[in-house]
Write a protein that binds this ligand. Structure first.
Ligand code: NAD
Length: 335
C-alpha cells in the first residue's frame, strides 16, 4: 500500500519533493498539502492531485495522511514535528530540524517519552555519492587520522531576508551535520571570524564568514560561508589526514576547449548540485517510514546540529570561542 504523505510548506523545496514523489519515486503519494500562502498550496496540489488543508495541524490530523513532510520555514518546524510525534505519525523535516537547541531537545524528549523514533532530518549530503566515497576512503585505515578539514559553502546571491544567523542555521548547518558524520567525531568548540566584507551584501548580513569548529580528538575545521559570491553554487570539502588528503569531487561537467580557452561549467543552483541525493534520501525515507522506522539522520542528529549552530550564532555575536556541550547520546538513539 502506498504511504500517504501530507506536506506542510509548498515553497521551493516542498514543491521539488512533491514533484519527485509524484514523478520519480515509488511507494508513496502526496494526498494533502498546506501553505500559509494559499496560491502556492493550490499550485502544488495541482501537481499531485492532493487536497488542501488550512494549516499544519489539519494536515497532521487528517485520516488520509500516514506520514508528514515538513518543508516550511525553519522556525516553524518544531511545532509540526512535535504535532506529528503526538499523533504517532512518521515525519520527514527539512533542515534545520529546529533553529534552537532547546526546541531540538523537546523533540528528542518527545520521541524518548513515546519510546519510538519518528523524525528523519533532511541532511541529504549523507546520501551524496561524493561524501559517501569520502567516508569509505577515510574509514579504510589507509589515510591515517584526519587532522584538518577545509570547506567552502558558496551561493551566488541571497535576498535581504537572509541575515547573519541564517549563515549558520540555513547554510553551514549542512557542513555541521555532514562533517562529524564523515570523521566520526563530536564538536567541542565554535568560533566565527569576519573577513573583509563584500560590497554586495546588505546591512543585516556579514558576508563572507569563516566558521571554525574543533572536535573532541582535536580536528580543526574551517568553513568559509560566502552567500553572495556571484560566480556559482560551489561546495568544497577537503579532509587532510596524516598520510593523505581526501577531497569532495566537483559536480561533473564536461571540460570544453574553445576559442583559446579551456573551461568547465559551475552549478548555480542547490536544486541541481545534489539532485541525485535528494532522490535517494526521499526514497529511503518512504521505504523506512512505511515500516514505521527511521534509518536516516535522526532527531538526535538534528539536536547535535542545533546545539552546534547555537554555539556558532553565539560566537558571531561574542567574537569569542564558545563551547559546545551536547551531553552523551542516549542509548535510545544508539549512536
Ligand atoms: P520557501 O520560502 O521557498 O518555502 C517555504 C514555504 O513555507 C513558503 O511557501 C511559506 O509560505 C511556507 N510557510 C511558512 N510558514 C508556514 C507555516 N507555518 N505553515 C505552512 N506553510 C508555511 O523556502 P524553501 O527554500 O523551500 O525552504 C524551506 C525549508 O527547506 C527551510 O527549512 C530550508 O532551510 C530547507 N531547504 C533545504 C534544502 C536542502 O538542501 N536540504 C534546500 C533548500 C531549502
Amino acid at each position: 500500500m502506498e504511504l500517504r504523505i501530507g506536506v506542510i510548506g509548498t515553497g521551493a523545496i516542498g514543491t521539488e519533493h512533491i514533484e519527485r514523489i509524484a514523478n520519480k519515486l515509488s511507494g508513496a503519494k502526496v494526498t494533502v498539502v498546506t501553505d500559509v500562502d494559499k496560491p502556492r498550496a493550490e499550485k502544488a496540489a495541482a501537481v499531485c492531485g492532493a487536497r488542501i488543508e488550512k494549516d499544519g495541524t489539519g494536515v497532521i490530523a487528517s485520516s488520509d495522511v500516514d506520514a508528514v513532510m515538513v518543508t516550511n520555514w525553519g522556525p516553524a518546524h518544531a511545532k509540526s514535528i512535535l504535532g506529528s510525534i503526538a499523533a504517532g505519525k512518521m515525519v520527514f523535516c527539512e533542515k534545520p530540524m529546529t533553529t534552537t537547541g532547546a526546541d531540538a531537545k523537546k523533540i528528542v524528549d518527545a520521541e524518548i517519552a513515546k519510546g519510538k523514533k519518528f523524525t528523519q532530518v533532511g541532511f541529504m549530503r549523507r546520501y551524496d555519492k561524493g561524501y559517501l566515497q569520502m567516508k569509505e576512503i577515510l574509514s579504510s585505515g589507509k589515510t591515517g587520522k584526519p587532522l584538518m578539514i577545509h570547506c567552502a559553502h558558496r551561493n551566488v546571491a541571497k535576498g535581504t531576508e537572509y541575515n547573519t544567523p541564517m549563515s549558520v542555521n540555513d547554510t553551514a548547518i549542512h557542513e555541521i551535520d555532514v562533517l562529524h558524520w564523515l570523521v566520526g567525531d563530536q564538536y567541542v568548540s565554535a568560533q566565527v571570524l569576519f573577513p573583509k566584507q563584500t560590497s554586495l551584501t546588505h546591512k543585516d548580513l556579514r558576508d563572507p564568514q569563516i566558521m571554525i569548529l574543533t572536535t573532541e580528538s582535536g580536528i580543526l575545521i574551517e568553513i568559509e560561508v560566502f552567500v553572495n559570491c556571484q560566480f556559482g553554487y560551489d561546495i568544497k570539502c577537503e579532509v587532510v589526514c596524516e598520510r593523505a588528503s581526501v577531497e569532495l569531487p566537483l559536480a561533473s561537467f564536461p571540460s570544453v576547449k574553445q576559442d583559446a580557452k579551456y573551461y568547465t561549467a559551475l552549478e548555480t543552483d542547490w536544486k541541481y548540485r545534489f539532485i541525485d541525493s535528494y532522490d535517494v534520501e526521499i526514497q529511503d525515507w518512504i521505504n523506512n517510514a512505511s515500516k514505521g522506522i527511521v534509518k536516516g539522520p535522526s532527531a538526535w542528529d538534528g539536536y547535535l546540529a542545533a546545539v552546534t549552530a547555537d554555539a556558532l550564532v553565539k560566537a558571531q555575536g561574542s567574537g569569542k570561542i564558545e563551547s559546545i556541550a551536547t551531553g552523551p547520546c542516549p542509548d535510545f538513539y544508539s549512536c
